[in-house]
Design a protein around this ligand. Structure first.
Ligand code: BGC
Length: 415
């Protein structure tokens, strides 16, 4: 029997026994998918939930990267009124589990054989002490560079494959009066650019030692100084109005030719696509210079709540999220690739194919790495400490030497 049928049957039975009116599965869903491409993507889940008899209460909290959403979540949990389902990822899942507030969704996971459908690296993030505590929707890649195809062509620029090439291209664009780098001055966007630069300049082992293992010698190394040197250059490539700008407005600058490049995860592709832009024609995608793959897996955790209707809503949502068709349609809109390994990429574009091939190759070669900037590598206190320094450096004239010293000190204090 299909799990949906099972859930529906059990919910209906319980309502009949109690003599109450049949309500059906319910979910209040907290997420931060509010841009054009993001809203189109979450609407796919909303629709599937409704098609299966569910009632969805939307709780969108605007703010790229999810910082505002996580603040809203904490307030709700502290007031004893957790939402039923929450966009949550990386070690934050285990942090909430340790607080004893997550629901166990193992029954759905086992009925659908998630262990056989997910790569081990992704499955690991969804588990809490041997139980399933989150459901993954996708794999986003962070280390991408997006470009306006005609701006590059008009200026005789090809996609850069080294940071020196990137700097030369950026200088050329600046001389032509075009903003080289579309960027929004928000801490998480600074961190996004920083980790792509760090992977490119330092390589996979450097990245792992610095941002997964928090190795002090690596954090204070000459290589880290070189990373901050490149960040200083990046600061020179943004326009005067970058402070506070949302990431999708930065993407729009690339779309309309105001800027040449953006370094951003592939939710930016969702934005290009939602605006009707075509990869390879209107915009170009390429991994940022260097080897490796920074992954960011969006997932939903269910919070422990009372009520058959809500619990049925959680089970239904978990089941739908891992559905084969949902993983295809959602990711076609979102810019990411499916988390499930058995979803055909036939309908996906060139950027998704590059992502999938590079992910497999990086997995083989040991350079498949969790994004620190998007909460996949570290606990909140540690990633926050790093980002504070990255942002302080980006928004001041702090030297690279001072930045690495502050980085090591901030990490130490956060432990
Ligand atoms: C999330 C994406 C989202 C992006 C911008 C990332 O942390 O993983 O799903 O589109 O932030 O809000």
């Amino acid at each position: 029997m299909k799990f949906t049928t099972y859930i529906k049957a059990s919910v209906v039975a319980s309502f009949l026994v109690s003599g109450a009116a049949i309500a059906g599965p319910e979910a209040e869903v907290l997420h931060w998918w509010t841009s054009g491409g993001e809203a189109k993507s979450v609407a796919v889940l909303q629709q599937e939930f409704a098609d299966n008899g569910g009632t969805w209460t939307d709780m969108p909290v605007a703010g790229g990267g999810g910082d505002a959403a996580m603040t809203a979540l904490r307030a709700r949990v502290l007031s004893g009124n957790a939402p039923t389902a929450v966009q949550l990822k990386g070690p934050a899942i285990q942090e909430w589990y340790e607080e004893g507030v997550l629901a166990d969704i193992s029954a759905v996971a086992e009925a659908q054989n998630w262990a056989g459908l997910l790569p081990a690296s992704i499955a690991g993030h969804m588990m809490c002490e041997g139980t399933w505590c989150a459901a993954p929707v996708n794999v986003h890649r962070i280390d991408w560079i997006w470009a306006n195809a005609s701006v590059l062509e008009a200026n005789g620029i090809t996609m850069p494959t080294t940071w020196d090439e990137f700097n030369a291209a950026a200088d050329k664009l600046a001389a032509a009066g075009i903003t080289p780098l579309a960027h929004g001055g928000q801490a998480w966007q600074d961190a996004t650019v920083f980790e792509a630069v760090a992977l490119g300049i330092g390589g996979a082992d450097f990245f792992r030692k610095a941002f997964v293992e928090l190795d002090e010698a690596t954090l204070t190394s000459d290589t880290m100084v070189a990373v901050f040197d490149q960040m200083r250059k990046m600061r020179g490539y943004v326009d005067d109005n970058f402070s506070g700008r949302d990431w999708n407005l930065a993407t729009a600058m690339v779309m309309n030719g105001e800027a040449g490049f953006q370094i951003m995860g592939d939710w930016a592709k969702g934005e290009f696509l939602a605006a009707g832009k075509v990869p390879g024609e209107d915009f170009l995608c390429q991994s940022t210079p260097g080897d490796g793959f920074l992954y960011n897996v969006d997932s939903f955790a269910m919070f422990a709540v009372d009520g058959d209707d809500k619990q049925a809503g959680q089970a239904l949502l978990a089941e739908l999220i891992m559905g084969q068709n949902f993983q295809k349609v959602f990711n076609l809109n979102k810019g990411s690739i499916p988390a499930r390994i058995d979803v055909s990429l036939d309908e996906f574009d060139i950027c998704a194919h590059i992502s999938s091939a590079d992910m497999a190759a990086s997995n083989e070669g040991g350079s498949l790495l969790p994004s620190y900037a998007h909460g996949m590598a570290l606990r909140g206190a540690q990633s926050g400490a790093i980002t504070d320094v990255v942002t302080a450096h980006f928004n001041s004239d702090m030297s690279s030497a001072d930045a690495v010293a502050q980085l090591a000190a901030a990490v130490k204090n956060s432990m």
